[in-house]
Write a protein that binds this ligand. Structure first.
Ligand SMILES: Cc1cc2nc3c(=O)[nH]c(=O)nc-3n(C[C@H](O)[C@H](O)[C@H](O)COP(=O)(O)O)c2cc1C
Length: 356
């Protein structure tokens, strides 16, 4: 069980990868008529069937609202459940007491003495299905009530770079169109080749997901611990395999002069605008009216079939393992809608706080 305690929203995610079910309990949610189609589409984009390079685990990911829904409307507290249908624990027999390098197995052992690493337990990416069920509702609420659209895409895979907001401004329509297939705006085929090559070598690759939140109202967030970057990062780091996040021009800003990095302020048709967007739409932890832009770095999938060194923690001896089973070769591909959902939960919580 893991709990996000926001200013207004509380989201508890429970279950494990190979349990009978996983789910989310939410409270503090504003009144919303659920758009079932929208919810299903988002969960479908996250599901393994969305990519040939994903785990072969087949999960329908059907969200069932067991509490808090009346005639399709939620208002306050609710619980959404997803039943695990395709559990195959035998794939993990050879991993017993042999933690997979860079997965959470070793740290689970350190914390609780656990030696059975079937499916990754509560550290599995499966846990992002209920996160996405709640996030999809947050996205819907933000769009219907504030016109906020949160859209992500693959910006790079391994050494193959695709489109980035850093090099040209990206519009909503482009991103929405890429969601129909492989979720990159450019160089999709080269990215697919990169993943394919890693997969056939028994290896995996990482990637960068960029996310843009359009039409975020000005003045959302706060100073110090209330800052938008921190609030968003908290949710984004809940996604397994995330190892970095930057906003706007991020780390590149540290190499620029102030005269280049600064975003000039102008009057346009009587309105104050921030002319460019190196700060990613946030100054002082508060939204400035520009789109929020961020880049999220995903590590390569830890489970690979190449031989790796580990320790048998039961026999206390060094061993080599080759990981079989069903694994994603590049987790960043399926992570695109998950990033949107994490950002949506953070933003909705910050916006709800402003309202009250
Ligand atoms: C969508 C998605 C799918 C993933 N699939 C796998 C997988 O098939 N095999 C694996 O070893 N790790 C997979 N991961 C990554 C692990 O869950 C993650 O690396 C692990 O929990 C350790 O956490 P950390 O990388 O944040 O330290 C996936 C992550 C995401 C976001």
């Amino acid at each position: 069980m893991s709990i996000f305690k926001g200013e207004k929203l509380v989201v508890e995610i429970y279950g494990t990868s190979h349990a009978q079910k996983i789910g989310a309990k939410a409270s503090g949610f504003p009144r919303l008529k659920i758009d079932e189609e929208n919810l299903k589409n988002l969960l479908k984009r996250r599901s393994p069937s969305s990519s040939v390079f994903s785990t072969k685990r087949k999960e329908p990911d059907e969200p069932i609202f067991e509490k808090g829904v009346n005639n399709g409307v939620i208002d306050g507290d609710f619980e959404v459940v997803i039943y695990n249908k395709d559990v195959k624990s035998s794939d993990y027999n050879e991993l017993y007491a042999r933690p997979r390098p860079s997965h959470a197995d070793l740290v689970r052992y350190f914390r609780s003495g656990e030696k059975d690493y079937r499916g990754g337990g509560e550290f599995s990416a499966r846990m992002t299905a209920p996160l996405c069920a709640v996030g999809a509702l947050c996205k819907q609420y933000l769009f219907e009530n504030y016109g906020v659209e949160i859209l992500a895409y693959l910006s790079s895979v391994g050494k193959v770079d695709g489109a980035s907001y850093k090099t040209h401004s990206i519009c909503k329509e482009e991103i929405k169109a890429c969601h129909q297939g492989f979720p990159s705006l450019t160089n999709g085929e080269k990215m697919i080749e990169e993943i394919s090559k890693a997969q056939s070598d028994g290896d995996s690759v990482g990637g960068v997901v960029e996310c843009v939140a359009f039409n975020v109202p000005k003045g959302v967030g706060g100073s110090l611990f209330e800052g938008l970057e921190g609030k968003i990062s908290n949710l984004v780091y809940a996604i397994p395999a995330v190892k970095g996040i930057e906003f706007g021009d991020g780390f590149d800003l540290s190499k620029m002069l102030g005269s280049v990095a600064n975003d000039p302020i102008r009057l346009e048709n009587g309105k104050i605008v921030v002319e460019k967007n190196s700060a990613g739409g946030i100054n002082g932890g508060i939204s400035n009216g520009n789109p929020l832009t961020m880049r999220v770095g995903f590590r390569p999938t830890p489970s690979i079939s190449k031989e790796q060194r580990t320790v048998d923690v039961e026999k206390m001896e060094n061993v080599n393992i080759k990981i079989k089973g069903r694994h994603d070769s590049c987790v960043a591909v399926r992570a695109v809608p998950i990033v949107e959902c994490a950002v949506a939960i953070a933003l909705l919580d910050c916006i709800l706080k402003e309202k009250n």
